[in-house]
Design a protein around this ligand. Structure first.
Ligand SMILES: O=P(O)(O)OC[C@H]1O[C@H](OP(=O)(O)OP(=O)(O)O)[C@H](O)[C@@H]1O
Ligand SMILES: Nc1ncnc2[nH]cnc12
Length: 170
């Protein structure tokens, strides 16, 4: 199945000049969603992964499904002020300015083997911030799995120490 056929291009969203990759058209099709999940599970199985970590918001679509399928726990990384217990914070660069992501301090146990999942790898700033959060919390990053890699933005450069997989590349 060609998953690219299920990803919609929206020009000039959220601002002029950005070609937005819309995965809601993949999520709405159960066969495309199942195929994506199957591919993620094949990439993750047998690696001793104990936790799947995903970032708000679009990482939450597949993150928990992958976790359940490989019998791992799921940990949400959220935008500031949303997690109720003690957190670790990491600032990261956006195209303009900075933003912050947070993880619960006690979510990862020492020795946890972690899969990081998100929908899109663009500049890599978000993924790099989540790697730092996982490592600060004591986890070992095994791999990062994305639906889409926007390779022309070279986000992989920021996480090149790690195994990075994507289902679809542009
Ligand atoms: O590689 P980067 O340049 O860091 O960009 C990738 C991030 O951008 C999008 O999230 P966004 O911040 O738009 O939030 P959302 O998931 O809540 O829509 C996407 O879901 C990734 O998390
Ligand atoms: N072009 C893009 N499409 C969808 N999500 C994104 N996140 C960052 N850049 C994006």
């Amino acid at each position: 199945m060609d998953l690219k056929k299920y990803i919609r291009d929206i020009e000039d969203f959220p601002k002029p000049g950005i070609g937005f990759k819309d995965i809601t058209t993949l999520l709405i099709d159960p066969k495309a969603m199942q195929e994506s999940l199957n591919q993620f599970v094949a990439l993750a199985k047998g690696k001793g992964i104990t936790k799947v970590v995903s970032m708000e918001s679009r990482g939450f679509f597949f993150g928990p499904m992958i976790a359940l399928e490989i019998n791992a726990g799921f940990i949400p990384v959220r935008k500031p002020g949303k997690l109720p217990a003690e957190t670790i914070s990491q600032e990261y660069a956006l195209e303009y300015g900075t933003d912050t992501l947070e993880i619960h301090k006690d979510a990862i146990q020492k020795g946890d083997k972690v899969l990081i999942h998100d929908d899109v790898l663009a500049t890599g700033g978000t993924a790099e911030a989540v790697v730092k959060l996982v490592e600060a919390a004591g986890g070992e990053v095994v791999q990062l799995d994305f639906i889409i890699d926007l390779t022309f933005l070279n986000g992989i450069e920021k996480i090149k120490k790690y195994q990075v997989n994507s289902l679809v590349q542009y």
